[in-house]
Design a protein around this ligand. Structure first.
Ligand code: NAD
Length: 259
């Protein structure tokens, strides 16, 4: 099998739809084996079946995984390691946003939920995944943060805080692996508005066209991003093309953070 990530075996969370599914598809097209893990097991199975139909059986595997559950992480990683013949990449992509309101409106329960899904996930994925990557060097961890992890707004305290935590946790993991002498890299991705179901709440509020136009007006390039814009970055960070890049953040924001 040829391709930019030929021979890579990549475990991807939140892969039933949206960015996770797009990353799985782009990686499989470039020669990787992929394990698609998601709370939505049926969705992960459907996405994996589509990749197997396109690229051949044994390309993609599906796992039911709640990324906040440590036991499930341990079991899914062990199984993926066994069926793929190793794990050389982990993409911590599963995440949630919510209509939070300001800090006085968001409940403690709501805050904890955002922190749990968006941050515990990255902690658990790295904590239990590094040992597999160590056996399949060079390895790469890609953590999906957000531009909202670097730039705050006034209505998303839990999302801002959780995605900022992902940003620095990625650097911590990078330094930990380097200090251990492992050729295992860790980097974060920071997309702005990308055309996935995560934008549905705002589409439902304003209607699809108006919602997307409103978002596009905030982006210097004048449009929202597409899943492939993020998937291409993931392929690069999983591939050996990025072998000297660790502890970095890659913004995929159409220029928002340049303002
Ligand atoms: N789309 C955007 O505009 C955008 C922008 C910046 C960052 N992000 C981040 O990108 C990532 C993917 O977002 P998306 O747009 O594809 O969202 P999405 O809602 O389309 O998909 C998220 C997937 O994660 C899964 N998931 C949710 N909670 C889970 C859990 N506890 N365990 C396992 N899986 C779970 C869902 O079932 C779903 O399949 C998220 O971390 C999100 O915060 C998205």
């Amino acid at each position: 099998m040829s391709g930019r990530v030929a021979g890579k075996k990549v475990f991807i969370t939140g892969a039933a739809q949206g960015l996770g599914a797009a990353m799985a598809s782009a990686l499989a097209a470039e020669g990787a084996k992929v394990a698609l893990a998601d709370l939505n097991q049926a969705g992960a199975e459907k996405a994996a079946a589509e990749l197997n139909a396109k690229h051949g059986d044994g390309t993609a595997f599906a796992y039911a995984l709640d990324v906040t559950n440590e036991e499930q992480w341990i079991a899914a990683l062990e199984s993926a390691n066994s069926v793929m013949g190793g794990i050389s990449g982990i993409i911590n992509n599963a995440g949630i946003s919510s209509r939070e309101g300001g800090i006085e409106e968001l409940s403690l329960e709501g805050f904890r939920k955002l922190m749990s899904v968006n941050v515990d996930s990255v902690f658990l994925g790295a904590k239990h995944g590094i040992k597999y990557l160590a056996k399949n060097q060079p390895g790469s961890i890609v953590n999906v943060s957000s531009i909202a992890g670097l730039i705050a707004n006034h209505t998303s305290p839990g999302y801002n805080a959780s995605k900022a935590a992902v940003w620095l946790l990625s650097k911590n993991i990078a330094l930990y692996c380097a200090k251990k002498g492992l050729d295992v890299r860790s980097n974060s991705l920071h997309p702005t508005f990308i055309n996935t179901p995560i934008l549905d709440p705002i589409r439902n509020m304003f209607g699809k066209e108006e919602a997307e136009a409103k978002l596009a007006r905030q982006v210097p390039l004048g449009r929202i991003g597409q899943p492939a814009d993020v998937a291409n970055a993931a392929v690069y960070l999983i591939s050996d093309e990025s072998r000297f890049i660790t502890g970095s953040e890659l913004k995929i924001d159409g220029g928002i953070s340049a303002m």
